[in-house]
Structures are given as C-alpha cells and as structure tokens.
Design a protein. Structure first.
Length: 558
C-alpha cells in the first residue's frame, strides 16, 4: 500500500496522542511521508479523542475521511467511526470492552483482549494502547523488529513490561495486508508548534513568554525543555497582559523576544501591541486561532481572526503578519519574523491555528531553512547625542540599549519627539506618525526577496484554489488531483498585491477555501481590487478532508 490511513480512538486519558505519534514513527521507519490530525474535546478525562495517522509515498499535509485500519479502544470509537470503513478495511478492537456484533461488516475484524493481556502482564490500564499498537503492526505486515525499535524510543520507562504487552498484542493479531517498505530513509517528525519553537531559536530568540492557551501552549512547553541548552529565558507570567508588557521590557533591553497565545489572550495583549507600535519595540506574537466568539471551541481550529490581528490595537502603525501552512514554513517564517521585527522595530505576528500547530508532519530541515540567515538590528555608533526616535528617511532609528552610559534611552507610549519626550505638538505628532508609517515601504521592499505567495498544481490552469494557513496542504493535494492551480497567500501584511496578481493572472475561476464563515481572506483581497468567483467555507472547527474538499470543488467547477 502506498497511501494508508489509521484511526485510533478512545477516551481522553487513554494515551491517544502518544499512540498516534508512535504509529506515525513506525510508518516513518518504512519511508513514508506522514501527517497526523488530532481531535480531542476540552476535557482532561472522558469524552471522545481520536487521531488520524496518514502515511503516503508522496508529500502530504492533510487527512482523508476513509480509513484502512480502525484501532478501537472503546465502544464509542466503533460507533462514531464505523462509517469511515470500507470492504478492505481492518478493525482491531478490544474484545474485553467492545461488543463484537457492533463491529460486524464487510471489513476484517480482529478482536484482541487488551484488558486481559495488560492485567496478565501486570501493566497499567493505559498500556492497552501499547497492546493495540502491537496488534496494528502485525495486521499491517510490519515486522516486530521495526515496531520494537520504535517502542523502545518512545517508552523508555517501564520498557520491559510495555514490550511484553505489545508483543502479546502482536501475537494475538494476524496479518491482513502488508505495507510496503519504501526506499526513503526515516525523517524527523515535528508538529507545527515544535517547528515554530525551533524556528524562533534559529532566528536568535533570547526570551519567550506565554500564558498557556490552546493551541499555542506546546510552544511554551517545547521552549521550556530547550531553555538550558540554548540559554533562553522562558517565563510563564500570571496573565497575557503581563506577558506582553514583560516582553516589551526584554525588547527595550535589546533582546529578541516572542510571545504566544490564542484569540482570548491576544485580546488582552492588544494595548501592549499598540505600545509596541508607538514605542517601536520589536516583538513577535504567535497567535494560534481557534473558533470564537469568546471561549468558542477551545480545542478546535479556525481561521476567523485574520481581520482581528490586522486591525488590533488603537491607532495606526505598521505590522508584519504571516500565516505559515505547515511545519517547514512555520520553522522558516518564525526566524524571518524575528528578523523583520528586530530590523524594522515593529510587532510581527505569526498567525497559526490548531490544525497547523498541532498537526504532525515529516520535516526536512534543509528545505525548511531555505535562504534564511539571522540578522542584527542597526545600532547607534556612540557618536553625538543619541535620539531614540531619530527621524530617518526610512523611519527606522538606530538602537542603543541599557546600560549604555553615553545614551539616554527613553521609550514612550505617549506621542513623543525624537528624544522620546512626551509631546502634544501638532507638527511633532505628524512628523513621528509619518516616520513610523514609512517603515511599511521598507518592509515591502524587504519582502521582495521572499516567497510571499506560492503556487502549486497545474500552473497553466484557469481554475485556482485560493488559500492561506493550514488549508495549504489539502488545497495542494486537491489541486493536483483535479489538475488545477492552487495559490497560497503566505504574508498577509504588508499585503503582496503584485505577487498575488501575478499568481492569479489568466484565471477565470478563483475559488477561495477558508476555515471561517465570512471569507476573511476574500474580504482582504477585495480591498485591493482582486475578485473571487466562488467560496468554500468550513467553520465547524474541523479541517477539510481530501474527499470533502474534492467534492465541493468539483461541484463549483461544473
């Protein structure tokens, strides 16, 4: 098999997330590209949690509805996902807790007494997931040696009992088909959030601050684990207000700093974001989108905050906004965002979402690094009187940092003069506002060397799928399947008007694919004069599957 989907499901607390990564690692050992979609409720225990692990011999970044193997740890998993099965599918299930008659169908059913095996080996209840992974490996024709090697890496604690339980699951199952071994070597597997964390480090990060909020919390956890190795300051303040203000303190001291949050937390950060704009203090904000308004669906995904972040904060000030579509783009643009924020003394916002941040991808470091190199901001040479807000032709002033004994470094959230002293003088006000806004022209020039708009599929097609963020993967795959063009807008501010016009040239049908209810990218594009002919919108918190989007696009193409 060259394209396989495996769904594992159970209650929260059953170790579904860990299990999905182990299964992904097994398939990665066979040389496959991987994408993992995670679905879980906002509960610590209970509810229904599942992951879909997809492996393919081609590049992928999306999931399919139909599955080849269903791994059921409880009855709900069978009841909720039976419709995904086909005649060639396999169901491996816990015969100690699932009624066998509910598993009946044209597919192959494999009962395994998970609870009984775990009890016999003196294991903990959660180890049923290791048992079913062993059974899955046998059903898919994976050698025990490969499965054992992966299990040893992922379960260093109590490895002996885990291996015994997994091997008994392997023995209790039977081979239903064989997943072919490809010639590709195993590659790294990273979530979008892990890639963002590593990309920030690659960009020279000094400090990261966050108050935990799904779906950005894993960035905080990742960087905390790496803090000692890379000399980072990683801090969890008491609120998002404190996060942003403390970050601006780091920025004032000359440190490259980033913060992470979601929509509700970003609401609290907006006054500090305006402070960044007025005081010209660089900061990177990672904003992980989830459905709103208010708490909304806290563990699901959305693309409904585009206009919020574009217009957040009082007054007018330039900002950089980018929406990476997968782990490799997340790594690359995290470093670029630190560079741009530092170089032009503006806030930079990385617009992520749950699907991108918590999705797991095959990661190619050489491809992800691209042409990136860390840059340092222009610093004051120590000659003459230091003016923090010197009115330069491009709007960017030279920097000095405390404790420089020769410079008075005054930053101000009020309007101010070149020295940073508060003023309400009308001429000074216009002078400073024009200075700040001039930076946008410099940022636009800077972005000419970056791929701010990407094209996939049939570049000569007159039908275009227009997307941004995590919809990149599914649009790229559907475009190739239907022999049409897909266009991904990566940078959203300053908006790449000319590059988008070039990408859309010759199109007679442009179909926007977005995960929101009001077509927010379309609204943004329309403000620059580019029309869109159709929309495919999804706003239930779940991502598009390949089959779902294909069907919708085919309907609009008729």
């Amino acid at each position: 098999m060259k394209d396989i989907s495996i769904l594992i499901g159970g209650k929260a607390g059953f170790g579904i997330d860990k299990s999905s990564l182990v299964i992904a690692s097994i398939l990665n050992q066979l040389g496959y590209s991987i994408y993992v979609y995670r679905d879980y409720p906002s509960l610590i225990r209970g509810g229904h949690t599942f992951s879909i692990i997809r492996a393919s011999d081609g590049s992928i970044a999306s999931h399919k509805d139909k599955i080849d193997i269903l791994l059921a740890l409880n009855q709900d998993t069978v009841n909720l996902h039976k419709a995904r099965l086909s005649g060639g599918s396999v169901v491996v299930y816990d015969s100690d807790s699932i009624k066998p008659e509910t598993v009946d169908g044209p597919w192959k059913a494999m009962p395994v007494p998970l609870a009984g095996i775990v009890k016999a080996e003196g294991g903990q209840e959660i180890m049923r997931n290791v048992c079913i992974i062993g059974a899955m490996a046998k059903a898919a024709g994976v050698s025990w040696q490969i499965a054992e090697g992966v299990l040893r890496r992922h379960f260093p604690k109590e490895i002996d009992v885990n291996l015994k339980i997994a091997e008994r699951g392997y023995t209790a199952s039977q081979e239903a088909f064989k997943i072919d071994q490809l010639n590709n070597p195993p590659r790294s597997l990273l979530s979008g959030n892990e890639a963002l964390a590593l990309g920030l480090i690659n960009g020279g990060l000094d400090a990261y601050l966050a108050y935990p909020m799904t779906p950005s919390s894993p960035i905080l956890h990742s960087l905390a684990g790496l803090a000692g190795e890379f000399g980072l300051k990683v801090i969890h303040p008491e609120s998002e207000i404190s996060v942003m203000l403390m970050a601006l303190g780091f920025s004032y001291a000359g440190k490259k700093v980033a913060v992470g949050t979601s929509g509700g937390g970003f609401c609290l950060m907006t006054e500090g974001l305006s402070f960044s704009g007025m005081a010209e203090l660089p900061v990177v904000v990672i904003m992980g989108q989830r459905p709103g308004p208010s708490t909304g669906l806290p563990t699901y995904s959305s693309q409904a905050d585009l206009h919020f972040v574009l217009n957040a904060g009082q007054g007018e000030f330039p900002r950089f906004l980018v929406a990476p579509g997968d782990a490799e783009e997340a790594y690359y643009w995290a470093g670029v965002s630190l560079n741009i924020a530092s170089k032009f003394q503006v806030p930079a916002i990385i617009l992520s979402d749950k699907n991108m941040g918590e999705g797991t991808y095959v990661f190619d470091l050489a491809k992800a690094a691209g042409n990136f190199r860390e840059e340092s901001p222009a610093e004051w040479d120590g000659k003459g009187e230091y003016k923090r807000y010197l009115n330069t032709s491009g709007g960017v002033s030279l920097l000095a940092f405390p404790p420089d004994k020769d410079a008075v470094i005054k930053v101000n959230s009020y309007e101010h003069d070149e020295m940073g002293i508060t003023t309400e003088d009308p001429e000074a006000t216009v002078k400073m506002q024009d200075k700040r806004l001039r930076k946008e022209t410099l940022i636009k020039d800077e972005l000419k060397r970056y791929e701010t708009v990407k094209i996939y599929g049939n570049k000569r097609s007159e039908t275009v799928l227009l997307c941004w963020g995590s919809n990149k993967g599914v649009c790229e795959e559907v475009a190739k399947k239907l022999n049409v063009k897909a266009v991904q807008v990566v940078v959203l501010s300053p908006f790449p008007v000319e590059k988008l016009k070039d990408a859309l040239a010759g199109a007679n049908k442009i179909i926007a694919v977005e995960s929101n209810a009001t077509a927010q990218l379309v609204r943004l594009i329309n403000s620059f004069g580019s029309g869109v002919h159709g929309k495919v919108l999804k706003y239930d918190g779940r991502p598009f599957s390949v089959e779902e989007l294909t069907k919708k696009i085919e309907g609009l193409m008729r």
